[in-house]
Design a protein around this ligand. Structure first.
Ligand code: T1G
Length: 714
């Protein structure tokens, strides 16, 4: 068993080094070993002070998340938390100055250990945080009690409810960090610790009350935090729980506050919300592990790029490359189209400057990296081309044929198609190994999801290169197979099918949207379509009909096409599923929609009736999970977690629900299957149960246990 904590004396200072790669998580044995080492230093006559530091790339990145699932009872959780609280109190009672030396990150339990030390020093690039809410829990080792005492209630509330990482310079300004050390970090920390033997001595965070002296202001900050959460929590519970714990400490003091924290933590860690978010944590790290493509697969360095098509998507894609510092050619067929595309890019950058997200200098620098062109000149020098022309097979094949002629043999040829067959483009290009789909989501410069669509002959190098590029473009790259609509759009077609059907059956547009928003979606299906544009979907449907395809099995509602024929494209035309006052994005319900839905219902012989919220959610989520099961069974997605990541980053599916596949697991696959059977009887054969769903329901498995068994068997 490798030593988890090392002890050495340097210049009369005991240096305690945590050594538990890769991120010094507080795995079983680590907290105990730290406590023992600090106790040893307290007894060590040679040691005048103690420095706690991490080996490798970081300080402590928190509790070992892999062990959360081993906490199965409230009692077990209470006992664990009580013991860690006692351990930190013991460490804090060290009679010699104890300094935490932070490099990389001090997160969650890592920051809590650091705050139990008397002082904290850090390198300039370090980050500290209490990201527990991103795991559906609250800080459970005194963070909600010590942080407000060090940084004050407002910042503690911000950090514990948002979970973001705070950079060193801000942590210093706010009193979390005591000194920033440049140069030889350990030497600087030792010097600082020795200084504290002269002045400052022992300073216990739990006894620092100055920043909470204005109790009513601190309590008011808690109320403000709760109010603020109404806008952003979207149904998540943990952020509110963190406020409750902080407020308890402000009102009743450190000890009572700690007891409250322990109790609240116990409820959170056993919650479905936390199970969902812990699954997502690991799903986000697993998504890049592609079967058959080892971690060390060679990749091409993308130093220059080109985008064909300067429409809404093409322009946004070009911005991604420029934002990552990669010079990019932007090609269009007419000057007018090019000017329109560049004007949209300029407007996007100007609004980022206005919002303070970008400096004017950064705007200029990025805009300068985009070179507009009407020809393929220069395409023979780029490492990658992304095609973003209109969604038409002949046009795309012609474009890929041209690209195959004008680019270098090793140049990667990617398509932003959202529905068409990548293999057709690959054949047209003459070098299928270099062809791949990179499906961005609108607005492409904002949405983090990037579906990386492997064609039949896409090489491992091409796929690995695009997965790596996704990180560079600050996107979440998810590898998917080349089926119709890939994963995101293939499933969303069933989501929308049910939304349209529920409308025809009697639920109104605002009702359906409200039900989904209360479920945790950022917007409902109809408001989402008004943002994306009803015309986009209508034109794709027209094209698909012309090639004898349609997006989802089952009845196709005529209503969205009626709106298209009426020129109601959504926000961009002031009317779609809702009406919008000029210059406003606030949706106004329009009785016309109910009339249209009524007409469609009559045509389909449906008697409209009231539909409760939970039935709306059940229908839509069951449709998603059932189609997701087909996609997994057919191998177009590797893991249920990949699908959940796609819905979290592509459609804002609520993280605290875990994604459509995890959500189905929480409902229970037997119950989900029963619903499919019920809907089939009520609504028609298009509700065909996915064979994988039937198999798992019969064997009592979940999507995630099925996947874990496959992974372990591999
Ligand atoms: N526990 C277990 N494994 C972890 C881990 C953790 N806390 N953090 C990272 N890993 C694994 C990860 O799965 C991956 O494994 C490898 O380390 C590298 O991670 C009491 C209860 C630190 C910023 O939420 O945010 O403390 O895939 O790919 O991009 O109040 O990891 O290689 O097999 O992410 O450089 C609070 C979680 C816990 C921090 C590094 N802490 N980690 O990012 O590497 S709750 C967190 C991160 C808590 C207390 C409560 C990031 C990172 P593999 P990586 P990275």
């Amino acid at each position: 068993m490798p030593e988890l904590v090392h002890y050495e004396l340097r210049d009369q200072v005991a240096v305690v080094t945590i050594d538990n790669p890769p991120v010094n998580a507080l795995s079983p044995g680590v907290p105990e070993a730290i406590e023992a080492a600090v106790a040893r230093a307290a007894q060590d006559p040679e040691a005048r002070a103690v420095v706690l530091i991490g080996a490798g790339s970081t300080f402590i990145a928190g509790a070992d998340i892999r062990f959360f699932e081993t906490i199965t009872t409230r009692e077990a959780s209470l006992e664990r938390s009580r013991s860690v609280h006692a351990r930190l109190r013991h460490i804090e009672d060290c009679p010699k100055p104890l300094v935490a030396a932070i490099h990389g990150t001090a997160l969650g339990g890592g920051l809590e250990f650091a705050m139990a030390c008397h002082y904290r020093v850090a390198v300039p690039s370090a980050r500290v945080g209490q990201p527990e809410v991103q795991l559906g829990i609250i800080p459970g080792a005194g963070g909600t009690q010590r942080l407000p005492r060090l940084a004050g209630a407002p910042l503690a509330l911000e950090m514990c409810t948002l979970g973001q990482h705070i950079p060193t310079h801000r942590a210093l300004a706010e009193g979390i960090i005591d000194r920033v050390i440049e140069g030889d970090f350990l030497a600087g920390a030792i010097t600082f610790a020795l200084e504290k033997t002269q002045s400052g001595g022992i300073r216990k965070s739990r006894e620092q009350n100055a920043k909470l002296s204005d109790r009513s202001a601190a309590i008011a900050a808690c109320a403000a935090a709760r109010h603020n959460l109404k806008k952003i929590a979207r149904g998540a519970h943990a952020p509110y729980a963190a406020v409750d714990s902080i407020q308890a400490g402000i009102e009743f003091g450190f000890d009572a506050g700690s007891e409250r924290e322990i109790a609240i933590f116990a409820d959170c860690v056993l919650s479905t919300e936390s199970r969902a978010m812990v699954k997502l944590f690991f799903a986000e790290r697993e998504v890049a592990k592609i079967p058959g493509i080892p971690k060390d697969t060679p990749t091409l360095e993308i130093r220059s790029a080109a985008v064909v098509g300067a429409g809404t998507m093409g322009g946004g894609i070009a911005m991604n490359f420029a934002n990552a510092g990669i010079p990019v050619l932007l090609k269009e067929v007419t000057q007018e189209a090019l000017d329109r595309g560049l004007a949209t890019i300029r407007r996007n950058y100007e609004s980022s400057v206005t919002k303070g997200k970008l400096t004017p200098a950064q705007f200029e620098q990025r805009f300068a990296l985009i070179t507009s062109t009407l020809t393929y000149n220069g395409f023979d020098r780029v490492d990658m081309v992304t095609e973003a022309v209109f969604e038409n097979m002949d046009l795309k094949k012609a474009t890929f044929a041209e690209l195959g002629r004008v680019t270098r043999p090793d140049c990667i040829l990617a398509s932003n198609t959202s529905t068409l067959d990548i293999d057709e483009f690959a054949r047209a290009s003459g070098r299928p190994a270099k062809v791949i789909g990179t499906h961005y989501f609108s607005p492409a410069n904002v949405m983090k999801l990037l579906e990386i669509v492997r064609g039949r002959e896409s090489s491992a190098e091409t796929i690995a290169t695009c997965m790596k590029l996704a990180k560079k473009l600050n996107k979440v790259g998810v590898p998917v197979g080349n089926c119709f609509g890939f994963v995101a759009n293939r499933m969303i077609a069933y989501y929308m099918r049910e939304a349209y059907q529920l409308l025809e059956e009697g639920a109104s547009v605002p009702h359906i949207d409200r039900a989904l928003v209360e479920f945790g979606m950022p917007v409902g299906p109809f408001a989402m379509q008004d943002i994306a544009g009803i015309d986009v979907g209508a034109r794709i449907r027209q094209y698909l009909r012309s090639i004898g395809k349609h997006r989802a099995e089952g009845p196709e509602s005529p209503v969205p096409d009626w709106l298209f024929d009426m020129g109601r494209y959504g926000q961009k035309t002031g009317a779609g599923w809702y009406r919008y006052d000029s210059g406003s994005r606030t949706p106004i319900p329009d009785p016309l929609i109910d009339d249209l839905a009524g007409k469609a219902a009559i045509a389909r012989g449906i008697e409209r009736h009231p539909i409760p919220d939970d039935e709306i959610i059940a229908r839509i989520m069951t449709a998603l999970a059932n189609e997701g099961a087909n996609i997994l069974d057919e191998g177009y997605a590797t893991r249920p977690g990949d699908i959940d990541i796609i819905y979290i980053y592509g459609f804002g599916f609520p993280r605290h629900r875990g994604g459509p596949m995890f959500y189905a697991d929480t409902v229970g696959l037997k119950a989900v299957l029963d619903r499919v059977h019920r809907y089939r009887n009520q609504l028609g054969d298009h509700w065909r149960p996915a064979p994988l769903l039937e198999r798992l329901a019969a064997s009592g498995q979940t999507f995630y246990t099925w996947n874990a068994a496959r992974r372990d068997a591999a």
